[in-house]
Write a protein that binds this ligand. Structure first.
Ligand code: GLV
Ligand code: MN
Ligand code: MN
Length: 383
């Protein structure tokens, strides 16, 4: 019986704990192709090199580290970028666990009959350029380079069929992001369909002190009504709607705004419910705008369809790990990959359910159970 150096998981997370951490919020600000995220990539390359893995950049911002070469590879991994002031686990847990799962397989003396790869996908959160899972979408061709504006920061090459051809399956490990998992490790069944819409409210800028209340065309009012309506329409349908980002012009205390721009994130168990929710909100916001003397437009920025993970792979992992199967409302690169290669996900328990927040947390023992589970899965799929 070998003794696995479990402290390594905490040590690896500790090594990157200060990278991109905001001292005030305690959360991570690790946007794609910014200094902290580039430092994390260097750290990953160094970790992969220490393990003798062969590094490959795909020209889309994604990094692969390979143990072995050739087709039918079993790919794992996740992402290192974050939402604004996000937690330590969303993304990095999957990358760190992948490195440690390889260590564990080696300690077990496993000689995989197929290559094993670790992927680090770029801009999974869409925090910098607005499109979530940008790296995996470019790799697979789900979006073409000319459909995205990376503002000259990076010039992607687009679909890499040669890499896709080498991937036999993909298994992403991720912290669970609700309170749906009561055991240390679970297996994903599906991702709710979801999307992002830009809302533009326009009115008449004017003086806060002198404009009669009845004379105002205040887009902030239409916006405020729309936020409440989004919440109500989502609750009515057992769906989720969030307006978490807003820009106001001119953003002055003593001026009625000329415009408000906000973003809606809407998710539901089925695409029909997402559509219904968005259309109901569009109607309510427009009706309110006509009463406020303002205008509102809603523009879809990205739509992600419902994802059903590969049933055979899902059931195989659930049997192997004796793990529960559960859906999620969170988006993942695994969702993008699933349209191209058999794909599954492992979730590690999140005791509070908090995520996309500095308070995101998973217990050390559960993270360790995640590494063991991932090692078991990689062994099962490659031997
Ligand atoms: C990614 O974490 C998302 O669900 O937005
Ligand atoms: Mn996330
Ligand atoms: Mn994530």
């Amino acid at each position: 019986m070998f003794e696995y150096p479990w402290t390594s998981l905490m040590k690896l997370l500790d090594e990157i704990a200060d990278i991109g951490r905001d001292p005030v919020s305690g959360g991570y600000v690790r946007y794609a192709w910014t200094e902290p995220e580039l430092a994390l990539r260097d750290w990953f390359r160094d970790q992969a090199t220490q393990r003798g893995l062969a590094l490959e950049d795909d020209g889309n911002g994604n990094i692969f580290a390979w143990w072995g070469s050739g087709p039918d590879a079993v790919l794992t991994g996740s992402h290192l970028d974050s939402v604004p002031h996000g937690g330590a686990y969303d993304g990095p847990l999957g990358v760190v666990s992948a490195l440690l799962a390889i260590d564990e397989l080696r300690q077990r003396g496993v000689k995989p009959a197929k290559p094993i790869g670790i992927a680090v996908f770029a801009e999974e959160e869409g925090s910098r350029f607005g499109l979530a899972c940008l790296g995996s979408r470019l790799l697979t061709g789900a979006v073409a380079p000319d459909q995205v504006d990376l503002q000259g920061v990076f010039e992607p090459v687009g679909r890499r069929q040669d890499i896709l051809d080498r991937i036999g399956c993909f298994v992403e490990l991720h912290i669970e992001q609700g309170r749906a998992l009561q055991r240390p490790v679970g297996v994903a069944s599906a991702i709710w369909p979801h999307g992002r819409w830009r809302l533009d409210f326009a009115g008449e800028p004017n003086h806060a002190g002198t404009t009669q209340m009845g004379d105002r065309r205040d887009p902030m009012l239409t916006f405020a009504f729309t936020v409440l309506a989004a919440n109500k329409e989502a609750r009515l349908r057992h769906a989720h709607a969030t307006i978490g980002r807003v820009q106001v012009a001119p953003n002055a205390t003593n001026a009625i705004p000329s415009s408000v721009r906000a973003w809606l994130d809407a998710r539901a168990p089925s695409p029909e419910i997402v559509d219904e929710l968005v259309e109901a909100l569009r109607a309510k916001a427009s009706e309110r705008a006509s009463r406020d003397g303002t205008t509102v437009t809603m523009t879809a920025e990205s739509i992600t369809p419902a994802i059903e993970f590969h049933i055979g792979l899902r059931d195989r992992l659930a049997r192997l790990l004796d793990a529960p199967i559960l859906p999620t409302g969170a988006g993942h690169d695994a969702g993008v990959l699933s349209a191209y290669v058999p794909t599954a996900m492992l979730f590690v328990r999140n005791p509070t359910g908090v995520s996309h927040s500095p308070l995101e947390y998973a217990a050390d023992e559960d993270c360790e159970a995640g590494v063991t589970a991932l090692a078991d899965v990689l062994q099962d799929l490659t031997c």
